[in-house]
Ligand binder design. Structure first.
Ligand SMILES: [Zn+2]
Length: 361
């Protein structure tokens, strides 16, 4: 009798353990996707997440290369029982339907969180470390941590205290229809791998993102400032991009003001750099067909700010600022900072070559 009861208890304990384990093994993006996206007549596959043992081919029928699990690719078409994708190195490829988890996005957008789709881009990724702080903290590692925190906030219903800025579990704002990272902590090398700028923008285009936010930290300040020197680069050719950038700057400053630092900053909080022909200077903004902004949270080059950027509290404040900006972008017409005059930017810096870019295996 006693041993039968012991067996029953063991079965229950093991069952719970197996359930938890199975839940943990489901890749993070698809877990969110399947739990929050309405499938059916309103959904379509906008991106895919690779499964274990997936093969990426140049086109259907070609010999492919084995690639890692939990890579996120934008879907550009469907052919021969698979998806046409753009890989992280900006190369077109094809992958069989049974080797990926489909990432559904609704076919229309609405002015509420549950009808919105967000792409959150963690700037840089090895071997491109981005800016490096005086004590060695890299942008690549911080940006992906902040990006993951934003994704997590977007995947549940939330309340916002618009005075303190606190974002908590609640019911005022519903979970987003989809929140898609360009690279995630569940990916190979904990998400630290290279992404092309075209890839990042095309992911936003493929899912018709409500907004694409690229998370960065700044260097080369030009002034000591009273408060946080948060700034954003926005598009001169997308009407909603400056409003998105302005909201990000506004909310990040609200987030950071409570922290104590020897703040530094630049000339202006919103900048739109263009080439001679009027195209956006930054590839991500030039290729993006959706409202996009590159947000430079704090100056990682400034020892005082680098010390803050190392802390959980500051990274969470960054993520909550991005979340609040996205809520305001969707549900209000707020436009806190006037759109900047486009400025000609003629620095001859060839874009980083993608010739040696690798799709992780
Ligand atoms: Zn950067």
């Amino acid at each position: 009798m006693r041993s039968a009861r012991l067996v029953a208890v063991l079965v229950i304990v093991l069952g719970v353990f197996a359930g938890v384990l199975a839940w943990r093994l489901i890749p993070f993006p698809s877990r969110g996707a399947t739990s929050t996206i309405a499938h059916g007549e309103n959904g379509r596959v906008g991106y895919v997440v690779t499964g274990a043992g997936a093969t990426l081919s140049p086109s259907p029928g070609d010999t492919g290369q084995e690639i890692a699990a939990n890579l996120i690719f934008p879907v550009t078409g469907e052919a021969a029982g698979g998806y046409e994708v753009l890989d992280n190195c900006n190369r077109a490829g094809w992958i069989a339907v049974d080797q990926v988890d489909p990432g559904f996005v609704p076919s229309s957008r609405s002015q509420d969180m549950e009808g919105s789709v967000f792409v959150i881009d963690a700037g840089h990724g090895a071997p491109d470390l981005g800016a490096v702080g005086p004590s060695g903290l890299t942008e690549a590692e911080v940006n992906i941590d902040v990006s993951s925190r934003v994704i997590e906030l977007l995947y549940s219903a939330r309340d916002v205290d618009w005075v303190s800025g606190a974002v908590t579990a609640g019911s005022t704002y519903q979970a987003a229809a989809a929140a898609i990272p360009t690279r995630s902590l569940d990916g190979p090398n904990a998400g630290d791998y290279e992404l092309g700028l075209t890839f990042r923008a095309e992911l936003g285009n493929a899912v018709e993102a409500t907004a694409l936010v690229s998370i960065h930290h700044n260097t080369e300040p030009t002034a000591d400032t009273e408060g946080p020197g948060t700034g954003a680069f926005v598009s001169a050719n997308n009407e909603q991009s400056p409003r998105l950038g302005g909201l990000l700057v506004d909310e990040l400053r609200r987030s950071f003001e409570g922290f104590d630092a020897d703040w530094v900053g630049g000339e202006s909080s919103l900048t739109a750099r263009v080439e001679e022909d009027g195209d956006d200077y930054y590839t991500l903004l030039a290729i993006s067909e959706v409202p996009a902004a590159i947000i430079e949270g704090a100056y990682i080059s400034n020892p005082s700010e680098e010390a803050l950027i190392m802390t959980d509290a500051f990274r969470q404040a960054y993520a909550e600022g991005v979340y609040r900006a996205l809520v305001r972008f969707v549900v209000t017409d707020d436009n806190p900072i006037p759109a900047p005059e486009p400025e000609l930017y003629e620095v001859e810096a060839p874009p980083r070559s993608m010739d040696d870019c690798i799709t992780p295996a």
